[in-house]
Design a protein around this ligand. Sequence first.
Ligand code: ACO
Length: 323
Amino acid sequence: MIRSVVRGNGAALPRRIMKNADFEGMVETSDEWIVQRTGIRQRHVAADDETTASLGEAAARAALDSAGLTPADIDLIVLATSTPNNTFPATAVDIQNRLGMHHGFAFDLQAVCSGFVYAVATADLYICGGLAKRVLVIGSETFSRILDWTDRSTCVLFGDGAGAVVLEAQGGKGGIGDRGVLAASLRSDGVHKDKLFVDGGPSTTGTVGHLRMEGREVFKHAVGMITDVIEATFAQAGITAQDLDWFVPHQANKRIIDASAKKLGIAEQKVVVTVDLHGNTSAASVPLALSVAVADGRIKKGDLVLLEAMGGGFTWGAVLLRW
Ligand code: ACO
């Protein structure tokens, strides 16, 4: 059977790093509050010349290099983002053009912080359906552009960046020992749409708008939703938490990550945490975390890796893959 195997990965971050202390003169907050409540210590913030497209292009080039491939080898680009360069066309086609790629097709996928998990699950369907052989899956965001920098309850939480993987069709035996995507479970429920949203858009205000969040409400739902969708993914694959080598969760809040891992019985040393370095980079957070854990040698070929995310909508989902 066909499996979607990760052949390479990469990441890109804006040049500027903003430390928690840098907020202290802007809003009433402190490094201590931010670290205690979220685990975040710093985030990268895009300059005017750094955009979702330019960061996505840089991450895509890094992923292609690590795969030993060129844009000529790619059939499809799926970009997960909620902060596109323009309302349209899709930023994915901008990245396609920046890569000098004029064949195949490209589209954006919008599931806020769950975007990358949705995009990997979607790319897997194109590959398994025989519609694409190699897919660049990118998560790229510039949330700094949609933050209300006077709102301390949100502006300290988010950062900018991009991460990417190249998924390639390879043969598998159909068992849990195969490399590639092994199981995926996606969910959404729009009843929660007002708990985490951007208060503008082309069809309503005609403006871009700013991010608004009822943080406590999001927190309340997060752990239950995350663990439910992971249990469903485990059941699909016929595994338990003990079989995992690495848990790579969405990096929104260290307390949510810890509580989810504890509830699932995943040992602390198997959890990849980068929220301290990047803040919440929405659809970029999982591929950025992957890039750190691959670069430092933790995630290796053959490891069983669980990706998970939850975000605005709400949307949530998990993907199990063997690296
Ligand atoms: N500095 C200092 N104090 C602050 C700050 C700040 N930056 N922000 C809020 N406070 C205050 C509040 O005003 C409140 O004060 P009050 O008690 O006088 O009203 C107090 O701190 C406590 O506020 P809470 O909201 O209860 O704090 P909580 O412990 O819940 O932490 C947080 C807030 C970090 C936002 C948390 O609720 C959280 O992480 N929520 C989930 C966010 C998330 O996971 N999002 C994921 C999806 S993101 C996406 O999809 C785009």
